[in-house]
Ligand binder design. Structure first.
Ligand SMILES: [Zn+2]
Length: 499
């Protein structure tokens, strides 16, 4: 029996209730007692005085499907207090493996990936090679669509009846394996060609299973409101919970529209539909350059409308073939190449199709408006391109919400900010014994200094761990001790529990 007691800390239980000073006893990977714990000679003691204890942070929006295999220590997450990553977002799932590989190539160019059979095989692989965080899995609509449609006939069409049946079979395999839901990415190939009916048909397979429909909606700019409405319509028609991915409004002309999309979410919730959105705490996004070139006009001057971006606001994040381009704007590269910024983007793509970029396209006021709303939970949407200049959200999302937005700016109280990354997140994704510090729950625990916690990664220097995180436990095993990684990899696969 292994015992750890954290003494004299301010305990936030993940519900949003204010903290209270007490002890926390961890026994054999579970939380055994919360409150006053009698001294025990066989327990490892962590002095928590002056520090806060919270449930481990749940990153509900990640693209760590293969990072969990290729970088299994997952230090870029657990050193920031994250103990669970939900993978498979934006339509990019881990199975079927042949389809998943083409997506994985963008984040991990040239890396060898293991073979496995379906979502069940992916989960078994992780159980045989555990990472340093827990993994919850979403099936990806884009991956399922790429595998289910005959690619020779192209993807810009509706599936035939037989193809739709085979897509439903792939989703059923995923649900049987224990995925938490289905994600869609309706700006990406091949998901963008799916109509609402196709998505309702697939989401309906999840009805009654407890699995949710998560969506990177069709348009986050000029048609944000209609796109949020579509996601809600799909959830309502299929009778499944809805998770709006990275809630935001892009493009100066669309700033402020999040008030309208939040009103739609409020109305759907008042109607009894479970709807949440996730958010990362920055005014810049990040994605593949290929998708930006396909969705935006890249112009030299100021952008007009949501489908235009200035080359000044588009920055290369990772580019394995030409690392010297990383950190440079498309306008700078255009000047160097002697061409327009959109031609520069094509030139970068022809050199390295897998280039990722950062887009400075959101407003600070919108970030705060969305964060303050009670439908919002926290997800980093980090792209784990560890060798480049990834968006600093990859390492720093949770510390930035707690230190910058909660403590320094006052967007929401500390207990509430913690709930948005723990209890509320576990509730939204149906994780039965996670997200709260309660007896019998899995011992995913973070010990941090509320006065000092802060993000340290910047766009120029993003690969930095946040400050103020002292200890992190995953399933009762310490993965961060006094701010330093222990190298332990106690992560588990978290399967859907209710149905
Ligand atoms: Zn997305």
């Amino acid at each position: 029996m292994t015992k750890t007691v954290i003494t004299g800390a301010t305990i936030f239980d993940g519900s949003g209730e204010p903290g209270f000073v007490g002890d926390l006893l961890i026994t054999d990977g579970q939380i055994a007692e919360v409150g006053e714990v009698p001294a025990s000679p066989d327990a490892q003691v962590v002095d928590g005085s002056g520090l806060c204890v919270a449930p481990g942070f749940i990153d509900v929006h990640t693209h760590d499907d293969y990072a969990a295999i290729l970088h299994p220590d997952m230090a870029f997450k657990n050193r920031g207090g994250v103990t669970t990553c939900i993978v498979g977002n934006c339509g990019f799932g881990a199975a079927p493996v042949e389809a998943a590989r083409t997506f994985a190539e963008v984040l991990h160019p040239g890396s060898a990936l293991p073979d496995y059979d379906g979502y069940a095989g992916y989960m078994s692989y992780l159980e045989e090679h555990p990472p340093g965080v827990n993994i919850g899995v979403l099936a990806g609509h884009g991956t399922i669509r790429a595998a289910g449609l005959n690619g020779e006939a192209g993807f810009a069409r509706e599936p035939t009846d037989a193809e739709l049946t085979s897509m439903m079979d792939l989703l059923t395999e995923a649900l049987d394996a224990g995925v938490l839901g289905l994600s869609s990415g309706l700006v990406y190939e091949p998901g963008r060609h799916a109509n609402t009916e196709e998505l309702i048909a697939l989401a309906s397979v999840m009805s009654g299973t407890g699995a949710l429909y998560a969506s990177h909606v069709r348009d986050e700019g000029d048609h944000l409101v209609e796109s949020i409405a579509e996601a809600i319509e799909i959830g309502r028609a299929a009778a499944v919970p809805v998770q709006i991915s990275h809630h935001k409004a892009t493009g100066t002309a669309n700033w402020g529209k999040v008030r309208d999309s939040l009103a739609l979410i409020d109305a759907a919730r008042a109607d009894g539909l479970q709807v949440h959105a996730d958010q990362y705490p920055y005014t810049a996004g990040s994605t593949s350059l290929e998708s930006v070139a396909g969705n935006y006009h890249i112009v030299e001057g100021a952008a007009v409308g949501g489908s235009t971006i200035s080359g000044d606001n588009l920055v290369v994040a990772s580019c394995e073939a030409e690392p010297l381009w990383e950190g440079r704007t498309m306008n700078e590269l255009a000047e160097e190449f002697g061409c327009s910024p959109s031609e520069a983007a094509q030139r970068v793509l022809s050199t390295a199709r897998t280039t990722t970029v950062i887009l400075h396209v959101m407003s600070e006021e919108d970030v705060r408006t969305v964060m303050a709303h009670d439908s919002t939970i926290i997800g980093s949407d980090g792209l784990p391109t560890l060798d480049g200049k990834p968006h600093p959200r990859l390492y720093n999302t949770f510390a930035r919400v707690l230190g910058h937005y909660s403590r320094d700016v006052g967007v929401l109280p500390l207990a509430e900010a913690i709930a948005r990354m723990t209890g509320h997140s576990a509730d939204a994704f149906g994780l039965a014994d996670r997200g709260y510090l309660r007896p019998g729950y899995a011992a995913d625990v973070v010990v941090f200094d509320a006065e000092r916690i802060i993000d340290r990664g910047t766009f120029a220097d993003p690969n930095r761990y946040p400050d103020g995180i002292h200890h992190v436990f995953v399933n009762g095993v310490e993965v961060v001790d006094d701010g330093q990684p222990t190298g332990s990899r106690p992560g588990q696969v978290l399967r859907r529990s209710d149905g």
